[in-house]
Design a protein around this ligand. Structure first.
Ligand SMILES: [Zn+2]
Ligand SMILES: [Zn+2]
Ligand SMILES: [Zn+2]
Length: 391
């Protein structure tokens, strides 16, 4: 039996997994990994506190939505926030572009002057500095002697209001907004935290291992009637055993999948060797980042399908669709099952590389595939955008 605290721990773990599979989160993490910068800094702009990296990645999100996104990830322990500073925010328009002013405590005028108070040591007279000033020289207003550098001391400062003449020791402070020109005091001001966010060590490790995304994929497959296990060994025709990150069966279909942060050619070739020995229905490489054109060509040649997160379908759901499409008794069934076994053809990569654009186009007429291809396409171009820009 689980007690409540364990349940909520489980809930948190589930939430974390779901979030790690969220395409926006993956886009963000991918960007961090690509750049090797694991923090998200903030900047003060006239309009408010902004997070330039996320603004660039998600141009459609408002600053408010970005803040909610960051808060959610911090709550789920994917990001850690670090307090950098506290800033005064205009209560009217939310701008942090605010400057401070001193005011007369009596009449509130901003026309006040700061005075240095001087004591003439020889005669003991105390007065404001401007009373001593006489052209280039300082002359004591009381004893009329020239005051030399060693003959006086500064004993403090005071303020004087040029409007009402009041003298006071400390002015009242007010703030003026550069954006909407509203004037407000500390009582009305908003005082907000300026954070920097970074991936928690836990998240970095989990993402690198692929364990968190895998858990969520496995649960989706189970919900859809798959018999599924992780890190399973399968015995091949050669007598060798091969380990896969995911082994799933549904009906007569056998799916084997490995996880990679980025779909590298050696991962694809490694999977091809195992596939050759095991002869599964689908051999998948689950990748957090979409494949490049080259990687996709290689994967097609070796009959290893790369599945990465798209905006519309989770990785788990994509696998479910792929396998379910085999079972559909529709006119397309033959075409589809050809595709299924196509990946099992012991074709040499060389000959498979040959089918050029024409062959590829007829293939993409298949709805399920073209949808995925489109998603890959758009993801890829996004990725290329990042490549060409710096942080
Ligand atoms: Zn004097
Ligand atoms: Zn005054
Ligand atoms: Zn304002």
């Amino acid at each position: 039996m689980l007690d409540v605290s364990e349940l909520s721990k489980q809930d948190m773990a589930n939430q974390k997994e779901a979030l790690l599979l969220n395409p926006d989160v993956q886009t963000m993490i991918q960007r961090m990994v690509d750049q090797g910068v694991y923090s998200i800094g903030s900047k003060l702009e006239k309009a408010g506190i902004v997070y330039p990296v996320l603004q660039e990645l998600f141009p459609k999100k408002s600053e408010k939505e970005i803040k909610i996104f960051l808060d959610e990830l911090t709550k789920a322990d994917i990001l850690r926030s670090k307090l950098l500073d506290k800033v005064i925010i205009c209560p009217t328009c939310g701008s942090p572009s605010v400057y401070s002013k001193y005011n007369c405590p009596r009449c509130s005028s901003f026309d006040i002057g700061k005075k240095i108070i001087i004591e003439h040591i020889r005669c003991g007279f105390i007065g404001s500095g401007d009373k001593f000033q006489n052209g280039e020289m300082m002359i004591c207003p009381k004893c009329k002697n020239i005051v030399t550098d060693n003959d006086y001391r500064k004993i403090g400062t005071s303020f004087e209001c040029n409007s009402c003449g009041t003298r006071f020791e400390a002015p009242r402070m007010s703030h003026k907004c550069n954006s909407c020109e509203d004037v407000f005091t500390y009582k009305e001001a908003k005082y907000e935290s300026l954070f920097e966010y970074e991936l928690t060590e836990d998240t970095k490790r989990a993402v690198a291992r692929g364990t968190l995304p895998l858990a969520s994929i496995i649960s989706t497959l189970k919900e859809n009637g798959f018999d599924v296990g992780s890190r399973r060994d399968l015995l091949g025709k050669s007598g060798a055993t091969h380990t896969f990150d995911i082994v799933a069966r549904k009906g007569s279909a056998l799916v084997v999948a490995n996880f990679a942060f980025e779909p590298k050619e050696e991962d694809i070739i490694g999977l091809f060797a195992k596939k050759y020995d095991i002869d599964p229905t689908f051999t998948l490489l689950i990748a957090l980042s979409p494949p490049t054109k080259d990687e996709e060509t290689v994967s097609k040649a070796y009959g290893v399908k790369i599945i990465s997160a798209t905006g519309s379908l989770s990785i788990g759901s994509q696998i479910v669709e792929l396998v379910d499409s085999l079972a559909k008794p529709e006119p397309k069934a033959e075409e589809l099952s050809n595709k299924g076994t196509n990946s099992d053809k012991d074709a040499l990569p060389e000959s498979e590389l040959k089918p050029k654009e024409g062959a590829r186009k007829s293939e993409t007429k298949d709805e399920d595939y073209s949808e995925l291809d489109e998603a890959f396409e758009s993801n890829r171009s996004r990725r290329h955008d990042w490549d060409s820009e710096g942080f």
